[in-house]
Design a protein around this ligand. Structure first.
Ligand code: PRP
Length: 218
């Protein structure tokens, strides 16, 4: 039997929006992922399986060839780099913005700014491109708490509805990038397993087009 293709999926909000795409593309997992503690699932396509990962680990699995294909937020690619990866398709799901945020109107008298984020590389590049000296503080979640607790002056985070910032008395300040979920492919696998990978890309591309057409006609 041919070796199965492995697609690394990002758990959480992205996974919820990926499953209908996989379903429509004939790649649905054969078990209910939500009610299982398993991490590897066969799909209704005999040659395709999926694994469930944290988004920050998806580029690593695909770069090293442990997975052939990945579904991951553009924020993760900007933060961890896309070396060794092709990015053939914007899946158009989980759209949001990467922003700086803080208390608007508050005078910042510091000569250096303190910035809390889990996106430390993106934050470093952003402030350095503006010529601002920034001390970047790495956090793993609940970034909005950092300015409230005077751990940081600003944060760099994902903004979707803006509700989390508003609920904590903050505002989005500067736009860094528009984010959506991307399909990534290991470059070596794209050569050695081209036909099988192309079949998956095309099936998902058709599904994304159909979803976009439905959206534009509704
Ligand atoms: C993200 C982000 C914000 C929130 C923004 O967190 O870190 O906290 O969503 O969404 P909003 O603009 O609609 O309020 P998420 O819930 O994904 O959890 P995380 O902290 O694990 O990233």
């Amino acid at each position: 039997m041919t070796q199965q293709l492995t697609i690394a999926l990002t758990k959480g909000r992205i996974l919820k929006q990926t499953l209908p795409l996989l379903q429509a593309a004939g790649l649905a997992p054969v078990e209910d992922i939500a009610s299982s503690r398993k991490l590897i699932f066969n799909t209704e396509h005999a040659n395709v399986r999926v694994v469930i990962l944290r988004g920050s680990d998806v580029p690593t699995y695909v770069r090293h060839g442990a997975a052939d294909i990945g579904v991951v937020g553009k924020d993760m690619l900007l933060e961890f780099g896309a070396e060794g990866l092709y990015e053939p398709l914007d899946l158009g799901i989980a759209p949001c913005r990467l922003m700086t945020a803080g208390f608007s109107g508050r005078e910042n008298t510091r000569t250096r700014i303190r910035v809390a984020s889990k996106f430390v590389n993106i934050a470093r590049r952003h402030y350095s491109s503006k010529g601002i000296q920034a001390d970047i503080i790495k956090l793993y979640g609940a970034m909005e708490l950092a300015p409230l607790m005077d751990l940081a002056d600003e944060i760099v985070d994902i903004v979707d509805t803006g509700n989390t910032l508003r609920a904590n008395g903050m505002s989005p300040l500067e736009h860094i990038a528009d984010i959506s979920t991307r399909l990534v492919v290991n470059k070596a696998a794209m050569r050695t397993r081209h036909d099988a990978i192309q079949e998956v890309i095309e099936a998902l591309a058709r599904t994304v087009d159909q979803a976009a057409n439905r959206g534009s006609t509704s």
